[in-house]
Design a protein around this ligand. Sequence first.
Ligand SMILES: *Cc1c(COP(=O)(O)O)cnc(C)c1O
Length: 451
Amino acid sequence: MTENLLNDVASRATRYLDGVARRRVFPSPEALRNLQGFSVELQDEPIEAAKVLAELDTLGSPATVASTGGRYFGFVTGSSLPAALAANMLAGAWDQNGGLELNSPLAAHLEKVCHGWLVSLLGLPAQMEVGFVTGATMANFTGLAAARHAVLRAHGWDVEAQGLFGAPPITVVVGNEVHVSLLKGLSMLGLGRERVVRVPVDDQGRMIAARLPAAEGPMIVCMQAGNVNTGAFDPIGEVAARLRGTGAWIHVDGAFGLWAAAAPAKHALASGIDLADSLATDAHKWLNVPYDSGLVFVRDKRALNSAMSASAAYLIEGQTRDPHLFVPEMSRRARAIEIWAALRSLGRRGLAELIERNCKHAARFASELRKAGHQVLNDVVLNQVLVSFGAPDVTRRVIAAIQQDGTCWCGGTSWQGNIAMRISVSSWATTDADVEQSIAAMLRCAREVRT
Ligand SMILES: *Cc1c(COP(=O)(O)O)cnc(C)c1O
């Protein structure tokens, strides 16, 4: 019974992935209309699992966005490496609770293994702790919670016990190109989206270090490794040098850009990340593991544990490394399983090649689009490309035509007053042929709109 079901799901999943390379990237209007098939009253009697699966596949598969294929370039979206997907399926069978070492010694152990590999790959200090969270939004939140603890503790305030009422005010500094998820993290922590000090940025969105406010009192400075539009990095080393000795906490949002540190050709972009107090990144973007998966690195283990613990009792728990002391959740998916599988299958060289290959693809998009007379708005230093097809309305219409065409998928964005199409190459599955086919579709759509 279970055996038949799991064999069935394996063959349906295989069929799906085989088809992804050929189908349109965004689902057809018909497939979307068919989602109405799900909208039924819940019946009284149970239905056999095999029938439930068949219904899910029949209605669901055609309505998926083929972001796991090689021609999805929207937002910053990875797909799933084969080893990570397979591990995810086995992990589903295991159904481990990743909260306590006692719930799953396996999950706790894989976290420790991944921890060692990750700090080494990214060139972070070995003592930096890591939490396995749902994505960069929660990684930012978690790193900032540790920051909030540490800068207030240094001023004699226990924020977990007393909250923020009556606490010394914290100066929170962000670059003017801060990602909204970081502001969301600040808002959830009672630090406020709007009371931040915004530092001006240059034409690539990089924080201008010389414009940093003077450091006094409790202070958290938030930087970016990888601007979501341009891929540019804030001058982390320079800012860290200016802040040395001030007690200011440096947090880095490196949702996708942090992985540049694992690629020799791009490593220099991330210089200074080892000076940060906390860093956030995604695993479901550039590491290409299934959702939902992100990582937070924090130098001060005690600050992280204090911010994430349900009580002060963790201090006497002793030798075990209970995963829940590093993240907001208690019971949760054992996310290290897929991260382990991704890293194990890639090795250091495979990961570096994945990052460098995607960056080369981005450079190719930029040069071909430029050659055809379109304007590339950013310095393509990483995997992000911003293209303008002319006036804002023309660019919007070309984006709509490309999405409609179905060969590939790119979204729109606004960049320093311009409307642009953003191409983000973040999938292991993207091949040279995918890039060529997508460029041809883009140029065809642009010609059609402009004539
Ligand atoms: C994607 C992204 C985030 C948010 O990550 P989620 O995985 O969606 O939570 C934060 N910062 C940057 C720079 C990003 O690109």
